[in-house]
Design a protein around this ligand. Structure first.
Ligand code: ACO
Length: 330
C-alpha cells in the first residue's frame, strides 16, 4: 500500500485584530480575566460579508503553492468546519468552485475541534488506497458571527477567533509520512458543548422564540470540558506514540488544538513535556476550532520549528465529545 505525506501547508487569518481591551467595551469582562483563564490576548474576527470558504481559499492557495500543485491537480476536498457559509451544502463545494477545480469529490465534516485530524485520517486512506493523488484537507472557521457578543455570552465570546489552514496530501516515496491517525468520540457528552438551533427535531427548525432564548448560540460547560480535555489529550497522544513505538522524547513538536492555554499547559505537565515542544499561538488567535491545528502546523513550519524527518504529533479534543491524534514524520 502507498504511504501518504503532507506536501504543502498554509494558513490565513483575517486582518482585523480584536484585543481583550476592545472586548471590555462590548461586555463586562477584563483583559486580566481572559488572560488568566485562557492565555488569549487577541483574536482575529472577520469584517462582514466574508465567508468561511473565502478564508479557506486563501489558506488553500498557500498549501498548493508549497506542494507545487495547481487547483486542477486536486482530486478530493475534505473541509473541516462547524461554520460553513450556509446551512447546506457544506463549504467544500464552494472551494471547488472558487478555485476553478474539476468536478471532484468535495465534502464537509463536522467533528468540531477534532475535525482537521478526522479529515487527515480520511484523506490518508484515499491516498494510501490509490483512490486519490492530491487531497486538499482544510480546517476553517468563522466563529465571531455565531457567538453572543454581550455580557450574557461572555464565557464563549472571548474564547473564539476566525481563521483557516489547509494541507495537501500526496503519495510519499521518501521518509515523509503520516504514520498513523486515531479518532474517537463519546456522544453522551454532546450537550456539554453544543449549538442547539437550527434543529431538525423541531418544526420549524428555527423560530423567533428560539432566537430570543439564545438557543442559536454555543453553550459550554467549561469545567466539564476542561476535565475531559486534560485526560483525553495525553491519552490520545500516548496512543499515537505507542502505535509507532515512539516515546515522548522522540517527538520534536506537539501541535495541540488551541483550546485554551491552561489546557495545553496542563497536558504538557502531565506528559512531562516543556512548552518549547508544545506549540502555542492561542495568545494571538484565540480558539479557532477546526482551523486551529492547521494554522498552528503552518506557523510552526514557517518558524522553522518543524524540519525534515522530525516527528510531529497532532492532537485535538472538542465538542461531541470527539478527540483525535496523528503521528507524522515530516
Ligand atoms: N469575563 C469575565 N468574567 C467571566 C467571563 C468573562 N469573559 N466569563 C465568565 N465569567 C465569570 C462567570 O460568570 C463567573 O462569575 P460568578 O463567579 O460571579 O458566577 C466567573 O467568571 C467564573 O466562571 P467560571 O465559568 O467558573 O470560570 P472558570 O474559572 O471555570 O473559567 C473557562 C471558565 C475559562 C471557560 C474554564 O472553564 C475553562 O478553561 N474551560 C475549558 C474549556 C475551554 O477552554 N473550552 C474552549 C472551547 S472548547 C474546545 O476547544 C475543546
Amino acid at each position: 500500500m502507498r504511504k501518504t505525506k503532507i506536501s504543502g501547508i498554509g494558513h490565513y487569518v483575517p486582518e482585523n485584530i480584536v484585543t481583550n481591551k476592545e472586548l471590555e467595551k462590548l461586555m463586562d469582562t477584563s483583559d486580566e480575566w481572559i488572560v488568566t483563564r485562557t492565555g488569549i490576548h487577541e483574536r482575529r474576527w472577520v469584517d462582514s460579508r466574508i465567508g468561511t470558504s473565502d478564508l479557506a481559499v486563501k489558506a488553500a492557495e498557500k498549501a498548493l503553492d508549497m506542494a507545487k500543485v495547481s487547483a486542477k491537480d486536486i482530486d478530493l476536498i475534505i473541509f473541516a468546519t462547524l461554520t460553513s457559509d450556509y446551512n447546506f451544502p457544506g463549504s467544500a463545494v464552494q472551494v471547488q468552485d472558487k478555485m476553478g477545480m474539476d468536478t471532484i469529490g468535495a465534502f464537509d465534516i463536522k467533528a468540531a475541534c477534532s475535525a482537521f485530524i478526522y479529515g487527515l485520517s480520511i484523506g490518508d486512506q484515499y491516498v494510501k488506497t490509490s483512490q486519490a493523488d492530491n487531497v486538499l484537507v482544510i480546517g476553517a472557521e468563522i466563529q465571531s458571527t455565531g457567538v453572543d457578543i454581550s455580557t450574557k455570552g461572555r464565557d464563549m465570546a472571548v474564547l473564539f477567533g476566525d481563521g483557516a489552514g489547509a494541507a495537501v496530501l500526496q503519495p510519499s516515496n521518501g521518509s515523509s509520512e503520516i504514520l498513523s491517525t486515531h479518532i474517537h468520540s463519546q456522544g453522551k457528552y454532546l450537550k456539554e458543548l453544543w449549538v442547539e438551533v437550527p434543529t431538525s427535531i423541531e418544526s420549524p427548525c428555527i423560530t423567533k422564540e428560539m432566537i430570543d432564548e439564545g438557543r442559536h448560540y454555543p453553550q459550554m460547560n467549561g469545567r466539564e470540558v476542561f476535565r475531559h480535555a486534560i485526560t483525553r489529550f495525553p491519552e490520545v497522544i500516548m496512543e499515537a506514540l505507542n502505535k509507532n513505538n515512539l516515546t515522548i522524547d522522540d517527538v520534536n513538536m506537539f501541535i495541540p488544538h488551541q483550546a485554551n492555554l491552561r489546557i495545553t499547559q496542563s497536558v504538557a505537565k502531565r506528559l512531562g513535556v516543556g512548552m518549547d515542544r508544545m506549540y502555542s499561538n492561542i495568545e494571538r488567535y484565540g480558539n479557532t476550532t477546526g482551523a486551529s491545528i492547521p494554522i498552528a502546523l503552518a506557523e510552526a513550519y514557517q518558524e522553522g520549528k518543524i524540519k525534515k524527518d522530525d516527528i510531529v504529533i497532532l492532537a485535538a479534543f472538542g465538542s461531541g465529545f470527539t478527540w483525535a491524534s496523528a503521528a507524522i514524520r515530516w
